[in-house]
Design a protein around this ligand. Structure first.
Ligand code: SF4
Ligand code: SF4
Length: 312
């Protein structure tokens, strides 16, 4: 009989039928908390460790017609705006979720809830039939999953016991011991390397890159048989030069278990900044298609046969 896994962690989304984040059809469990603050982050709701109140004004039907949230808030953290819709006083809000629970339209919503390992795996295992047909399984993402180190390791461990294929997406910004522990329970790993220039890395993510690069070197030495897909999100004005991509490829190549992929910048996460009362840091930035294609040409020219092995 399976042991009970009562340990809980903060999850902000579980997405089924993903085909982009690991082999086959996968269920992605998104965990809260991230030590980086990437300016292009498409999951701003992942950054803080604890639950956050989100408010989509467009879904609100108005206080005159409803007003349940104002009555539900025990901390007077909502007031009536001039447009008859609530205004969230985020400095006063205690993140208790009472208003979100009372809102009939999900205009108010909480990003992040505590879930036990057993509850998560119960959701994941609903798609076992798709996993076995496609070679898919569970992907743990974030945020940075290793910000909840014990929880993530135990979740991976429990998934392996149930014979679920496992992948983790990481920024690599974590204690080596935690990363190493997690890797013992992984079938594949997706590892972000954004830029080799540490001062530019810090400007754009609020952290230097030395821990990420050191972990990568240790990781590939310690786990030579673990398939690792390195990914670089291409951000205009930050790492979209041929020199940047060449430097990363030269850093990661020569390892038979390592593949490399470029991801195009997108702004799909922009509305969520507004829901969280935050400003989107990159304004109207766009990535030209021809620039992304050119960098992929550079990548292809530099790939050694080993680098192209680990792709999905
Ligand atoms: S989360 Fe709680 S404290 Fe914050 S606005 Fe809603 S009800 Fe009030
Ligand atoms: S409970 Fe929801 S729909 Fe009703 S007034 Fe508040 S935000 Fe609007």
């Amino acid at each position: 009989m399976e042991p009970n896994h009562k340990r809980s962690g903060y999850v902000f989304n579980i997405q089924q039928f993903s085909v982009h984040d690991g082999p086959g059809i996968r269920t992605i469990v998104f965990l809260k908390g991230c030590p980086l603050r990437c300016r292009w982050c498409s999951n701003p709701e992942s950054q803080e460790s604890k639950p956050e109140l989100a408010y989509n004004q467009n879904k609100c039907i108005g206080i005159a017609a409803c007003g349940r949230c104002l009555k539900a808030c025990p901390h007077n953290a909502l007031r009536q705006g001039e447009d008859d819709k609530p205004v969230a006083l985020r400095d006063v809000c205690k993140r208790c979720s009472s208003c979100a629970g009372a809102c009939p339209t999900t205009a108010l919503h909480t990003f992040g809830q505590l879930m036990s390992i057993d509850d998560i795996l119960e959701v994941v295992e609903r798609d076992n039939v798709f996993f076995s047909r496609s070679g898919g399984g569970l992907t743990i993402s974030g945020g940075e999953p290793l910000m909840q180190p014990d929880f993530t390791v135990e979740l991976l461990q429990a998934a392996k016991r149930r014979r679920i294929n496992t992948t983790m997406e990481t920024s690599g910004y974590a204690k080596w011991q935690t990363l190493e522990q997690a890797c013992h329970y992984l079938n594949t790993l997706i590892y972000d390397i954004k830029c080799l220039d540490s001062s530019r890395h810090r400007e754009q993510t609020q952290q230097a890159n030395n821990i990420i690069l050191e972990n990568f070197v240790r990781l590939t030495a310690a786990f030579p048989n673990l398939p690792i897909l390195v990914r670089t999100p291409i951000i205009p004005g930050f790492n979209d030069s041929e020199e940047d991509i060449t430097a990363i490829i030269n850093f990661v190549k020569g390892r038979p278990n390592v593949g490399y992929e470029l991801l195009p910048y997108h702004r799909l996460g922009q509305p969520k900044y507004e829901y969280l009362g935050k400003e989107y840091p990159l304004g109207n930035l766009t990535l030209r298609e021809e620039q992304f294609a050119r960098l992929n040409t550079v990548k292809s020219a530099l790939d050694n046969p080993c680098l192209s092995k680990v792709t999905y």
